[in-house]
Structures are given as structure tokens and as C-alpha cells.
Ligand binder design. Structure first.
Ligand SMILES: [Cu+2]
Length: 427
């Protein structure tokens, strides 16, 4: 089966049909036969194409994950009770998670792939659990697990296995089926069709108070995925001459995991963070240079790192703690986003309230946040953080909170150095 997507959602490469490959086929195994399952990543949609498949208790299973998306993804199959601990562990990994393929050392993992680079695949072999039940699988790349998930149903021997269930795809939300699209490493959207990138975003040195719920920015011990051991080095004590084995520390890269970068064309870009559930910064004069991540063209290189360069100059940076009331006490919960008339609308919960938020350019030196509470009634308060001078007004409008912001331009961000360009190797 192949599926041509609506070209409306793919304004940047309207003549490129996106092929969703024939997907998961699960068959009832004969005796001692191996059950084969294949799961595709829906390009750009932060989804597995197959959201449910059946296996027989105790059967041998080979599961192939194919990642034809420009983002890296993994698949971790877990016991039903293991998910909260898994999510909690992943959330504290930050960028050191990259070394561990975002597979933390927690109990209850049945099988896990590596973090699959764009346009690669991996096959897992494992025995299905003996106990019947629903076993979740998720992608633990930051920000993905809430939409990138499915369930392996373990059925008793003799019970007929149902055909795999496919997700609706929801492929309209992110137009980045980029392979062979001719797109370069400097993608741009338009005011009518903003370009949305789920990515590690550069941290331009934001107020640390903004990152109340992030595991970002911590130094970590270097880890070798091949040996599954921390990397150590020998250090000689200059006073005593004694040689000691010490862990090699990997400096944290200044990147923001779980970020959503949006570009409305050369003049307006922003990063909205799915961990803190708020706008982090806005810039003008370009979008992102993905060379370190994609190579010169999407899919042409193996990432050296995952943090693109910011092109242009910042005009707004968030400060202080979450400005919506109740945000100081509880961690916000990101509920996903959808494209509404081409504009992303983020949905999240703060305390007991659910909000929808849009970021809209309003001329060449202004923009607005429109935050709509879903529940009627009660006070909905957006608190201007102390010292915040870019916000010119906060007003109510038809049930929405409208925050007007005037640019506070900063010097241009440092450009890509030739050395950084040279780092990206062809595969
Ligand atoms: Cu993923």
C-alpha cells in the first residue's frame, strides 16, 4: 500500500509524494516459527505507523524498526508497569542520553533498539513474555514518547492474532519528509506555511530559571554503548605519582531537548519548548543551519551532534519561571500540537488547567502569544516575569490571553565556522 499525502501540507515540496511503506505484517507462527513484525516511523510525524500488533505468549519475535525520517528515533518495548520509571529516567538524561541511545538502565525493558539515525533500520529478536497483556513500546528521544507509542498485545497460545493496527498517520502536522526533496541544510518556511522542526535547539544562554523541569546542561560521565560501561582514563597524581582510574567527563552541550523550532520565513522564527511548555526565544534573519545534524542535505551525513546553529539575531528571550498561574508549583504537561490553518497550536496542562497557545508575528518588530484556556471560568493569569521589559501588554480577548511583545534585538548569533562545516562527513 502506498499513500500520497495531501500536497497542501507539503508546501515546501509539493511535488514530492510521501510514500508510507507497506507496514507491519504479523503472522501467526507455526511451531517454532519466528513471528516477524516490521514497524515504520511515519516521516516527520513523531509516530510509529503501527500502533498495535499481536504476538503469542512465549513466541520468538523479530521486530524490525525502519526509520525513514530525518529525526533519530528508537523503540523500547517494556513491561506495562515500567513506563513511569522509564519516562522519569529518560527525562533526567539530557544530552548525555545521546550516548546511551536514550535507553536508560531501568528494570522492565524487554527489548530496545539503538537510537536509529535517519534512513536506517535495526532488527530486534526477543521472546514474547509468557504473561498475556498489553506491553507498550515508545520512542524515548526527547519529546517523542507522548505521541510515538504503541502496544504489543501478548495473546495466549491458540488465540487468533489480530492484524496490526495502523495509526491514522497524522502526517500533516510536520512537513519534513525531506529525503531527496532538494531541501538544503538551511530550511525555511513561509508566513502562510511555517516550517516546524522537532529538534534539539541551541540554548543562547537563557535565564536558568526558565529550565525548571529540564535535565539539560548537566555534565555527564562519558559512556561507551559498545561495552555498556562508563569510559575511564588513567590520571597520575602529580604529588604522589600514584595512578588512578577516573571517569571521563563529557561536557554537556548547550542544547534544549524536546524543542519545537518554527520558522515563518526569513523574518520570524521561534523555539517553543515541550518540556517547559512555553516560548523560549524568538529570532529574525534566518532559521537554523542543520549542517551538523543532517549534513549538507537531509540524510547525507551522520550527525556529529544534534544542535543546529541559529541563523540571525535574537529579538526575545524568556526569563523567570512559567508565567501562567500555577506553573511554579507543578511541572507542565505537554499534550501535543496540531496545525491550525498552517499555524502550530500547542496544547498543554499547567496545574489543573489546559491551554492552547499560538505564537504569531505581528509586524517586523512585534509578535503575540495567544493563549486560550480550554476550561471556562476562573481567573486565567499570565504573570509578566520580574525584569521582563519586552512584554508591552497582557490583555483578555474573546476568552484568550493575548501577550504583546516588542522586539529587543540582540547582536547576530555567531555564524558557522569553516571547521564546524568540515566536521560533517559523508556516510
Ligand atoms: Cu522518536
Amino acid at each position: 500500500m502506498s499513500l500520497s499525502l495531501s500536497s497542501r501540507s507539503l508546501a515546501l515540496f509539493a511535488c514530492l509524494p510521501v510514500l508510507v511503506q507497506p507496514a507491519a505484517l504479523a503472522q501467526k507462527p507455526a511451531k517454532a516459527e519466528t513471528l516477524k513484525v516490521s514497524i515504520n516511523v511515519v516521516p516527520g510525524a513523531i509516530r510509529f505507523e503501527t500502533t498495535r500488533f499481536d504476538v503469542t505468549a512465549g513466541a520468538r519475535v523479530t521486530l524490525t524498526l525502519s526509520n525513514d525520517c530525518v529525526m533519530p528515533h528508537n523503540l523500547i518495548l517494556i513491561k506495562p508497569e515500567a513506563e513511569p520509571a522509564l519516562v522519569a529516567a529518560v527525562n533526567t538524561m539530557g544530552l548525555e542520553g545521546m550516548d546511551k541511545h536514550f535507553v536508560p538502565d531501568v528494570p522492565g525493558i524487554i527489548a530496545a533498539t539503538k537510537l536509529l539515525q535517519p534512513f536506517s533500520k535495526e532488527q530486534l529478536s526477543f521472546s514474547a513474555p509468557a504473561a498475556e497483556g498489553d506491553y507498550p513500546y515508545v520512542c524515548t528521544f526527547p519529546g517523542h514518547w507522548f505521541t510515538m507509542r504503541g502496544v504489543m498485545r501478548v495473546r495466549a497460545a491458540g488465540v487468533a492474532l489480530a492484524a496490526p493496527v495502523k495509526s491514522g498517520g497524522n502526517v500533516e502536522q510536520v512537513p519534513d519528509a525531506l529525503k531527496n526533496s532538494g531541501m538544503t541544510h538551511k530550511p525555511l518556511g513561509t508566513p502562510e506555511k511555517p516550517f516546524v522542526m522537532r529538534t534539539f535547539a541551541p540554548d543562547p544562554g537563557l535565564d536558568p530559571a526558565v529550565f525548571a523541569h529540564h535535565g539539560v546542561g548537566k555534565d555527564g560521565v562519558k559512556y561507551d554503548p559498545a561495552t555498556r560501561l562508563d569510559v575511564t582514563e588513567k590520571v597520575t597524581d602529580p604529588a604522589t605519582g600514584a595512578v588512578r582510574e577516573v571517569p571521563v567527563v563529557r561536557k554537556a552541550e548547550k542544547g534544549i531537548a524536546g524543542a519545537i523550532a518554527v520558522n515563518h520565513g526569513p523574518d520570524f522564527s521561534y523555539v517553543w519548548d515541550s518540556t517547559e511548555c512555553r516560548l523560549l526565544y524568538v529570532w529574525r534573519g534566518g532559521f537554523l543551519d542543520m549542517n551538523t545534524y543532517w549534513g549538507k542535505e537531509p540524510g547525507s551525513g551522520r550527525p556529529k551532534m544534534y544542535i543546529p546553529l541559529l541563523l540571525g539575531h535574537l529579538v526575545y528571550r524568556a526569563s523567570g519561571s512559567m508565567p501562567l498561574e500555577g506553573g511554579v508549583k507543578t511541572a507542565p504537561v505537554f499534550l501535543g500540537y496540531k496545525m491550525e490553518k498552517g499555524i502550530p497550536e500547542f496544547r498543554y496542562r499547567v496545574g489543573t488547567k489546559t491551554y492552547r497557545e499560538k505564537v504569531l508575528p505581528a509586524g517586523l518588530d512585534r509578535f503575540e502569544l495567544r493563549i486560550t484556556p480550554e476550561e471556562a471560568g476562573g481567573a486565567n493569569v499570565w504573570i509578566v516575569p520580574p525584569g521582563e521589559t519586552a512584554v508591552t501588554s497582557v490583555r483578555g480577548e474573546g476568552g484568550a490571553i493575548v501577550v504583546s511583545v516588542k522586539d529587543r534585538p540582540e547582536p547576530p548569533q555567531p555564524a558557522a565556522t569553516p571547521a564546524a562545516e568540515a566536521k560533517t562527513k559523508k556516510p
